[in-house]
Design a protein around this ligand. Sequence first.
Ligand code: UN1
Length: 503
Amino acid sequence: MIGMHEAVADATQLGVFFGTWQASGPKRAVASPIDGREIGQLMTASAVDCERVIAAASDAFLAWRTVPAPKRADIVRQIGEALRRDKEELALLVTREMGKHIREALGEVQEMIDICDFATGLGRQIGGLTLPSERAGHRLMEQWHPLGVVGVVTAFNFPVAVWAWNLALALVCGDTVIWKPSSKTPLSAIFCTRLAARVLSENGVPPAVASLLIGPGREIGDRLIEDPRVALVSYTGSVATGRHVGVAVQRRFGRAILELGGNAAVIVSEKGDLQQALEAVYFGVIGTSGQRCTTTRRVIVQESVMPRFLDGLLRLMERTRIGDPREPDVHMGPMVDGAAVETMMAAVAAADKQGGRVLHGGQRLPLPGGCYVTPCVIEAGNDLSIVQQETFAPILYVMPYTDIDQAIALQNGVPQGLSSAIFTKDLMEAERFTGPNGSDCGLANVNAGTVGAEIGGAFGGEKETGGGREAGSDAWKAYMRRQTSVINGSGRIELAQGIRLSV
Ligand code: UN1
């Protein structure tokens, strides 16, 4: 039997959907980083397609916004059910298309299911407050209304989950979505869009509620972010592109959720459990081949435990099995493409030149496809320019500290502010780390690593990470229009602030 995964991956696919599938831009091949083999052909979007998609999503919004939120939430529940059914197939496609280990791809699809469950409950909770009015017989209240079209621009590393975080919330909030996935992962996006379209049409909802637009960022993406019909742009990706997106959206006073680069550090205190710290740091480096925005890029180790920590870490690194990410015994699959490998090699060379000392790895492996590397551990000072920037690769910079204040200063001493962690059993240290003068990141964990955030919390970070929040908690508020109303049931006009006007 040919599964949906095969059907997606083997025929020429159309990269544009707004109720119908069509695409009039250039055609291109899609290759797998596992072995370099072609896994599909894709027709990309043209400027004309882009206009059609934005018009259809704007049109669909007019109807969708009037559907009661609990009914919209029920449709999101059904998308979650469909994902449960197709979990293995979608995970395999993600693995084939961008190379993360199948274990992690299954986790990514689970994240999609989780956010659908979360958003289903939100359908009956996205209410506002009723507040005391200063005027007798008046009611002061706020409502949350649907916002409009949401442009969701996602990266290759979480090719499906980040769309789901945005889609699930946007749909419950009454918005429509135009998804521009990474050009590196079009097939996974097509699979997901088909799945959502099936559920939407089964429920008689215009499928343009979940539209798709695959094409180059500088052409198709720019049209999307600059269009005033797109009320909110949710962008996940690099700091450089995020700066471009943020400015373009702000220029037209649109809204943006930016989830940009990270430079996560783990602080390992002598008062922590060393074995647990080792496991968390190890997975934080090699998971998704170092291509998560939460990837552990720095480890700040208390001097007294540095020799033991390094010994344990290098032992784990040496045992890393690198290869086909569909094999259960493999720890780390390929990087996404040859360019990612080049970037990693350039960073290792730069660290070496700037005074870092390579302790392990950082080499290419001669495997088919040319995207395999060994994870790299480098002893380096926090102030090296290469350490200050995010290299999307399995490179860990190791640095020592003496006291907790110094450790926190090092952790915060980078331009990014997404994820951070401390390993300690000392309550004072943990409180210091999570307090107002502690970690300056959006995520600050105690005795848990920097990767693998749960969807129940708000996800995102500060400084160059962009300040946006997605997924859980009250992140839904960014997807809605807040309206404050005064309802006067007093039978006479009374001005606020005690102003009296005799007419
Ligand atoms: C990302 O890398 O863009 O916390 C998202 C994590 C995942 C999401 C990462 N739940 O590592």
